[in-house]
Design a protein around this ligand. Sequence first.
Ligand code: AVJ
Length: 386
Amino acid sequence: MSINRAWMLDRSLLDTGHWLLERAPTSNTPVAKEGMMPDSTTTSSLRLSEVHDQRPDSSHFLADVLEGLTGPEKSIPCKYLYDERGSRLFDGICGLEEYYPTRTEMEILRRNIIEIADCAGPACQVVEPGSGSGTKTKFLLDHLEDLHSYVPVDISRRHLARAAEDLARKFRKLRVTPVCADFTQPFEIAESPPEHGHRLIFFPGSTIGNFMPHRAGEILALLAEVAGPRGALLIGVDLPKDQEVLERAYNDSKGITAAFNLNLLARINRELGADFDLSGFEHHAVFNSQESRIEMYLVSLRRQTVTIAEEEIEFQAGQAICTEWSYKHDLSVFEELASYAGWKRQQVWTDDRDWFSVQYFTHDIDLGGLDAQPYALKQQSPFRPK
Ligand code: AVJ
């Protein structure tokens, strides 16, 4: 891991975040209500299969949290931000004025959908890792020719089930086969794409930016194998830009990002029986220009001890838990990164300000070779961790 930042933040940094606590949201946030259904039709008439459960068991959660919190530089893997409540809070973030990625990507898709559908070609089986709230997905599916089926893959089972059902209701003829899995690990799709079509991995939202470059390369290699013969990748990648715009996007004025971040501690309390005092931690997001990434932290406001599964964890005042990285990759850097996973870039679309990009890749991977050494990156990848 290349961490070249002190994770102990000083008081001046802490002070800039105080207003967030005062405005932290409780109930007036634009977050979807539970149990919302588009209409009252039963699910039996839908072409929706049961969730194919490949989710890792929760013992990994405890092990990952303890491992992340016991060292001097504390961190928790960001995938744990997305439990059911976290996923809903994230949907709330996507609707925020400050959070430019969602609407910018949507605008890129809107403007270029004819060309995008043309690249994708007919009879696609669309696979979406980390399937979100679905606006972009619905738009894409609506424009693809002779669509074969849709496979949402998500780590939150309830969020996935609800999103899959919502989609099956909108696309009555479409076969929807949800897979509950951690897409950063190998997962399986039961149904093959049709002979005359292929798999299209739809990976919007710049989720790939959550991973350090080497790991992003491994995930792109894993997705190349999931994509299979003639497989393609349509991916959203956030671009480097003005630091102020970036930091505003991750420190929104309604405090939804703060609530999203703090929900991680609430989840650890609930699922692992820990005793985090949520008022003792504060959300903080900063742009690290050296690494070209947003870094999200939960900063301890005082000296405190937290107990998780009988382990006592000490926090100094100002000591931070790193909860997420969000890389902003240059177009050329990302092309190179993907090339080490065997992906060939065919097309790039951006917005007028070059804030965000949607990129289309195909791959020429010899699957026989990949079988021998799954998910291997080419040896010469320069993105290995230092
Ligand atoms: C879902 C990872 C793309 O990094 O922009 C948004 C997550 N975290 N605000 C991002 C996120 C805080 C988001 N991704």
